[in-house]
Every structure is written in structure tokens, then in C-alpha cells.
Write a protein that binds this ligand. Structure first.
Ligand SMILES: Nc1nc2c(ncn2[C@@H]2O[C@H](COP(=O)(O)OP(=O)(O)O)[C@@H](O)[C@H]2O)c(=O)[nH]1
Ligand SMILES: Nc1ncnc2c1ncn2[C@@H]1O[C@H](COP(=O)(O)OP(=O)(O)O)[C@@H](O)[C@H]1O
Length: 207
């Protein structure tokens, strides 16, 4: 039986973005949300990892302690949660509800465990995988971003191998975008979302 914790949530069909750390999800999402004002809303996850310079609490993530996060999970506040690279990450029901209450397309940026768990719910999103052209390019990008320690880069690369294999499984993702050239990848993303964007704009225009 499907997990119906999200049943009370209404609004346009959400979008799940997944793919290896460093593939370019945040870069593409920022571009998308920058171009389409009042169409998308970001589901702000909780995490136990420390904020990076420039990241803001409540905007990029809700930064919490492991104890606080675990208490929330035990209390049933999360739609899904996962351990990634030594930290907990999770999507709270409140995060998704806050976006759907505004009739915006809710965007979830989650890892492959999150994808597997969301598939057990009735959220029914469109699943999009953002993949790097190769593991070598991914490593260059991760190092170039200068946010990760050597240990963290290694953990992310190990997870990336599994993620790249997972993206090839049939029927998991609706769209797989290879982020080689950024403008081309962004063009493919917009094309994949054309119909959903159009629906939201039409609803807004008639309300
Ligand atoms: N399952 C799950 N994964 C998440 C969530 N939030 C972020 N992630 C994933 O956690 C991984 C690490 O995220 P982050 O530490 O921000 O690093 P980055 O992806 O390299 O910028 C990425 O694969 C994210 O997609 C969440 O709420 N649930
Ligand atoms: N198409 C691209 N070509 C070159 N560099 C890119 C491209 N897309 C993203 N990047 C860079 O790669 C790094 C990782 O991208 P990011 O968006 O942080 O990935 P993710 O959110 O998937 O972890 C960033 O420094 C970003 O500027």
C-alpha cells in the first residue's frame, strides 16, 4: 500500500531533482527559479551538515543538530530522510506544504535514497536526473567548487558511482539530463518542464 502522508497536499505536480553531488543541480535550479518568478518554490530540506559560506538558514536548508533532526523523524514530521556522506538530510511535510499552499511547483533536490522513498508515497512528482558527462568531470567540478574536504570529495565520488548507475535503471526517471554544456542542459530542462510551466502560468492568469 502507498504511504499516503502527503494526501492532504494539493497544487501542481512537484518536481524531484536528483543526481550526484557536483552534477550541477543547484546551478540549474537557481537559473530556473531566477527566470521563472512565481512558478517554482523550493522545498527547504533539513540537514545536519554545516552551512557553507553564503548559505542561509531557512533558505538553502534548515540547519539542525542530529538530535533535533532525529526527534523530528521519530515524530513523523518527514516525508523522507536519508544519511548522505555522513550527514542526515530530509524533506519535512511542512516544507512541501509551504510551497504547495502557494500553488507553486514544488522542487525537491534529493539524493537517490530520497527518490526511492518518495516513490513509496503518493506525492507523484516528475523525476528528473541531472548527470555529469563523466566521473572525471564530476571530480573536477566538485574540487573546483572548493566547498568539500578531501574526505568529503571521496565520499561524494563513491556515492556518485552508484547514482550514475541508478539513473540508467528503466522507469526510475522521467528525464535524464547530461549537464555537459550548461546552456544546453538548461535548454533541455526548460523543454522538459514546458508543459508544467504553462499549466501554472495559465492557472495564475485565470485566478
Ligand atoms: N534524501 C534527501 N537528500 C537530500 C535532501 N536535501 C539534499 N539532499 C541531497 O543530499 C546530497 C548532498 O547535498 P549537499 O550537502 O547540499 O551537497 P551538494 O549536492 O554537493 O551541493 C545531494 O545529493 C542532495 O540532493 C533531502 O531532504 N533528502
Ligand atoms: N555545465 C557546467 N559546466 C561547468 N561547470 C559547471 C556546470 N554546471 C555546474 N558547474 C559547476 O560545478 C560545480 C557543482 O555544481 P552544483 O550546482 O553545486 O552541483 P550540485 O548542486 O549538483 O551539487 C559548481 O562549482 C558549478 O558552478
Amino acid at each position: 500500500m502507498r504511504n499516503s502522508i502527503t494526501k492532504a497536499m494539493a497544487g501542481p505536480r512537484p518536481l524531484v531533482f536528483s543526481g550526484p553531488s557536483g552534477a550541477g543541480k543547484s546551478t540549474l535550479l537557481k537559473k530556473l527559479m531566477g527566470e521563472y518568478d512565481s512558478v517554482f518554490g523550493f522545498s527547504v530540506s533539513h540537514t545536519t551538515r554545516k552551512p557553507r559560506p553564503g548559505e542561509q538558514n531557512g533558505i538553502d536548508y534548515h540547519y539542525v543538530s542530529r538530535e533535533e533532526m532525529q526527534a523530528g523523524i521519530d515524530n513523523g514530521d518527514f516525508i523522507e530522510s536519508a544519511e548522505f556522506s555522513g550527514n542526515l538530510y530530509g524533506t519535512s511535510k511542512a516544507a512541501v506544504q509551504a510551497v504547495q499552499a502557494q500553488n507553486l511547483i514544488c522542487i525537491l533536490d534529493i539524493d537517490m535514497q530520497g527518490v526511492k522513498n518518495i516513490k513509496k508515497t503518493d506525492l507523484n512528482p516528475l523525476y528528473i536526473s541531472i548527470q555529469p558527462p563523466s566521473l572525471e568531470v564530476l571530480e573536477e567540478r566538485l574540487r573546483g567548487r572548493k566547498t568539500e574536504s578531501e574526505e568529503s570529495v571521496q565520499k561524494r565520488l563513491r556515492a556518485a558511482k552508484a547514482d550514475m548507475e541508478f539513473s540508467k535503471e528503466p522507469k526510475v526517471f522521467d528525464v535524464v539530463i547530461i549537464n555537459n554544456n550548461l546552456e544546453e542542459a538548461y535548454g533541455s530542462l526548460k523543454q522538459a518542464l514546458q508543459e508544467e510551466i504553462h499549466k501554472v502560468k495559465k492557472t495564475k492568469a485565470s485566478s
